[in-house]
Design a protein around this ligand. Structure first.
Ligand code: NAD
Ligand code: ZN
Ligand code: ZN
Length: 390
């Protein structure tokens, strides 16, 4: 079958690989009808997140139809349209029982590699390095879905494939980021990063009752896309001399009630990193550049919340603990509990309060993936969210 495989830094290729087979009675094989490229895939592409091996299949956002199931996967029929959350969850451990599926304790067979550094094992994920289980990804014609009895979610007839595709990761990610802000009606929320996640966070914030949403980025197309939403104002941080002051001016001098970091470790690109950050990156193989996060912690009002949804990987980032303490800021983050949010998101989409597909800018084929990765990485016009069809 055809798949997009990792080949090295900024090198993904379309290759002919072996079709997956069932390995357990809880497995399923999904025939992929659409997959998407995520900002998280760019960290792999840039080799900022390590642990991909040559030939590993990329992709963690995909929908498809049920091709084959093990005997314990009984809630779906062959041919059903399904979405597959990017986090793999067993559905039975202490965390899964509480809906905290992204913390699943048993879905990652390689969790022991991470535990010495983080203190616990992260859940498995599709197409996201040996550290997250080494599972083959969904930018392919077929995928094996472990724990298919939990990880296959039937797509209702009134939800389209494109809508469901975005619900495998970035819609629930944006939604959880906004929930974590704990905003009340009329609150002001600032969002750094107007990539797909930031765009959807702005939409979720409006849908959940924010009074004013401020979106920060430097890419004109992305700022224009955000500004088209009612209740959203934008800031080009490269043109703003002092972001902290601009945000204060928009919020009666106090700062936003809450802020979301939808940028993550690749803040401003490597070139924008401070000298200290660059030294850490070189000496400690420390790849995080928390510039946007630091600005948000400084800018949010006293007692406000900063919700971190952009990915960081390091264990040694210099963190502005003094600011957090002096201002009483709550910092919250983490992987997305996709399965848990799906029912509420289907409702939000049905009600018309949230239309996630407006951010999709390209429908291409798997063969186009190498070029699409490059253009998405370079933020070329027209490459905000790319969908690939086999
Ligand atoms: N936690 C999760 O479950 C989850 C899920 C999906 C994505 N993510 C992460 O969320 C982040 C965003 O994802 P995306 O798909 O939108 O990626 P993206 O790379 O398309 O978007 C990032 C945006 O940030 C902007 N940016 C860079 N530096 C900035 C700065 N200093 N201030 C403001 N904006 C800045 C870029 O111009 C870009 O538009 C990534 O780190 C991704 O890995 C996390
Ligand atoms: Zn993703
Ligand atoms: Zn579990």
């Amino acid at each position: 079958m055809k798949a997009v495989v990792y080949h090295g830094k900024q090198d993904v290729r379309v290759a002919d690989v072996r079709k997956p087979r069932l390995k357990s009675s809880r497995d399923a094989i999904v025939k992929v009808t659409a997959s998407a490229i995520c900002g998280s895939d760019l960290h792999l592409y840039d080799h900022a997140v390590v642990g991909m091996r040559r030939g590993d299949i990329m992709g963690h956002e995909f929908v498809g139809t049920v091709e084959q199931v093990g005997k314990d996967v009984t809630h779906v029929a062959l041919g059903d349209r399904v979405l597959v959350p990017f986090v793999i969850a067993c559905g039975r451990c202490w965390y899964c029982d509480r809906g905290l599926v992204a913390s699943c304790d048993t879905s990652n067979p390689n969790g022991f590699l991470v535990k010495p550094f983080y203190g616990s094992s992260p859940a498995g994920m599709f197409g996201y390095t040996k550290f997250f289980g080494g599972f083959a990804g969904g930018q392919a014609e077929y995928v094996r879905v472990p724990f298919g009895d939990v990880g296959l979610i039937k797509i209702p007839d009134d939800i389209t494939d494109d809508q469901a595709l975005l619900v495998t990761d970035i819609v629930p990610t944006a939604y959880q980021a906004v929930l974590n802000c704990g905003i009340g009606p009329g609150d002001t929320i600032a969002i750094s990063g107007a990539g797909p996640v930031g765009q959807l966070a702005a939409r979720c914030a409006v849908a959940l009752g924010a009074g004013k949403v401020i979106v920060i980025d430097s890419v004109p197309e992305r700022l224009e896309m955000a500004a088209a939403l009612p209740g959203v104002v934008t800031i080009n941080y490269k043109q703003a001399k002092n972001l902290h002051r601009v945000l204060a001016a928009l919020t009666d001098g106090r700062g936003p009630d809450a802020a979301i970091d939808a940028v993550g470790m690749a803040s401003n690109g490597r070139r924008g990193a401070s000298v200290a950050t660059r030294v850490r990156q070189l000496v400690l193989s420390q790849r995080d550049n928390p510039k946007a996060l630091r600005q948000l912690i400084k800018s949010v009002r006293k007692g406000g919340t900063v919700s971190v949804v952009g990915i960081f990987a390091g264990i040694d980032v210099t963190f502005p603990l003094g600011m957090v303490f002096a201002k009483g800021v709550t910092v919250v983050g983490g992987q997305t509990h996709v399965h848990t949010h799906v029912p509420a998101l289907f409702e939000l989409i049905r009600s018309g309060k949230l239309d996630p597909t407006a951010i999709i800018t390209q429908h291409l084929t798997l063969d186009d993936a190498p070029e699409a990765y490059r253009k998405f990485k370079d933020r070329e016009p027209g490459f905000v969210k790319v969908v690939l069809r086999p």
